[in-house]
Write a protein that binds this ligand. Structure first.
Ligand SMILES: Cc1cc2nc3c(=O)[nH]c(=O)nc-3n(C[C@H](O)[C@H](O)[C@H](O)COP(=O)(O)OP(=O)(O)OC[C@H]3O[C@@H](n4cnc5c(N)ncnc54)[C@H](O)[C@@H]3O)c2cc1C
Length: 379
């Protein structure tokens, strides 16, 4: 078994681990990034994610603003466009309050009526009432982002599974490819976080679920990639959903965002959920062909507080990040975690209060959940 030493070990090469690794490389810190499958194989899989500034909490709006600035700087450094600026439309009761928070944070935005909503997103049947237009939001090109960041840190990437972490006397990462001592360990292992943290005696209260979304063809060719993203929180068409364009394609993804969007197990459960998405598309998105051309099933990691929540746990010199809806925040979290590895404080709203200790040391190795694929290839 080989042995190694590094200043910072990063576990997990999703958007957060890759961003942390890249931020460490910019700080000229010696680091090693461990990935059990392949970069972007976990929750960061697929083609597109919405970048939105609109959140219910002001600190998340501020973090989104910071993250956009880092995305833009990294686009320049890496020579790769990653963020789209097609805008995001948010309908329903939260629109008004989010407009206020965005305006306070200096984010360009405005409230628009139904006719302007349909002009901006011509595939959409506006539900009535005002909606928020987040002008600098849009879709993130997932593939371009994962590939560009992976290339930038490829000489420090070890493909291997971390199955145990230690913190005494020095942090240690035991992996399938060898044992590494580190000055600090940053765990951004998505669905693998809970097991790895429990081995350290830290209970991360994340529940692992499964989410499905479908991809539809835009009927009018040539306009798809320029369409704004959508958070339809009005419920007027029978569901609350999110949607967004697939970069470079005439295709639009749609997923449910309501409280019962969890995929029940088995093919019947997946089919039932896809039928609900299809029904929504028939009612609300007449500019799409309602026959899905793709679907993606993915694990989700949710904290008890619910959506748009994430926190960082500390166990000695090991930092563990868990939560959901992180893609847009990847670069900002990467910078923050890289700085934390160098001794900078973590913002108090983000740091979990003293770790809840688990009473038994985990003996089961961290198990990677399989990428459950439905019958259609996904975006
Ligand atoms: C369908 C869908 C739509 C979404 N839409 C949005 C959106 O519009 N906007 C948004 O901001 N967010 C969105 N999200 C959420 C966002 O994609 C995730 O929160 C984000 O990708 C998580 O990134 P991560 O790096 O923390 O974790 P992951 O991407 O899950 O990466 C963790 C990595 O760790 C590896 N790993 C796990 N265990 C181990 C181990 N023991 N050893 C080594 N490696 C390990 C895994 O293989 C994986 O590659 C969406 C998620 C899904 C599933």
């Amino acid at each position: 078994m080989s042995r190694g030493r590094t200043d910072v070990a990063v576990v997990g090469a999703g958007i957060v681990g890759l961003s942390t690794a890249y931020a460490l490389s910019l700080r000229r810190v010696d680091f090693r990034l461990f990935e059990a499958a392949r970069p972007g194989a976990g929750q960061s899989a697929g083609r597109t994610r919405i970048f939105r500034h609109g959140h219910a909490r002001p600190e998340l709006v501020r973090l989104a603003v910071e993250s956009r600035l880092v995305w833009e700087e990294w686009e320049r450094r890496l020579g790769t466009p990653m963020l789209g600026g097609e805008g995001v439309i948010v309908t329903g009761p939260p629109a008004l309050e989010r407009e206020r928070l965005l305006a306070e944070a200096g984010v360009p935005c405005r409230l628009i009526g139904p006719r302007e909503q349909e002009r901006a997103l011509p595939i959409f049947r506006a539900p009535g009432g005002e909606a928020l237009l987040d002008e600098l939001g849009g879709s993130t090109d997932v593939r371009a982002s994962i590939e560009a960041l992976s290339r930038a840190v490829s000489d420090r990437l070890t493909l291997g599974q971390a199955f145990r972490l230690g913190d005494s006397p020095r942090p240690v990462v035991e992996t399938s490819e060898g044992i590494w001592e580190a000055g600090c360990v940053i765990v951004c292992a998505g669905a693998g976080v809970r097991e790895l943290a429990s081995g350290l005696g830290v209970a991360v209260p994340v529940s692992i679920g499964c989410h499905a979304r479908a991809t539809f063809r835009v009927l009018r060719p040539g306009v798809g990639a320029a369409l704004p993203s959508l958070q339809d929180l009005s419920g007027a068409h029978g569901e609350t959903v999110y949607g967004g364009p697939v970069p470079g394609e005439d295709a639009y993804v749609v997923g449910l965002s309501g409280p019962d969007n969890e995929v029940p197990s088995g093919q019947d459960g997946v089919d039932a959920l896809l039928r609900r998405i299809r029904r929504y598309v028939e009612r609300a998105l007449p500019g799409l062909d309602p026959e899905p051309i793709g679907a993606r099933l993915c694990l989700t990691t949710m904290l008890p507080e619910g959506g748009d929540t994430f926190r960082i746990w500390r166990a000695g010199r090991v930092l563990v990040l868990a939560g959901d809806n992180l893609f847009k925040f990847g670069p900002a979290l990467g910078e923050l975690l890289a700085d934390a590895a160098l001794g900078e404080p973590i913002p108090s709203w983000l740091e979990a209060p003293g770790p809840a200790r688990v009473t038994r040391a985990a003996t089961t190795p961290a198990v990677l959940a399989p990428d459950r694929s439905p019958r259609l290839a996904g975006s």
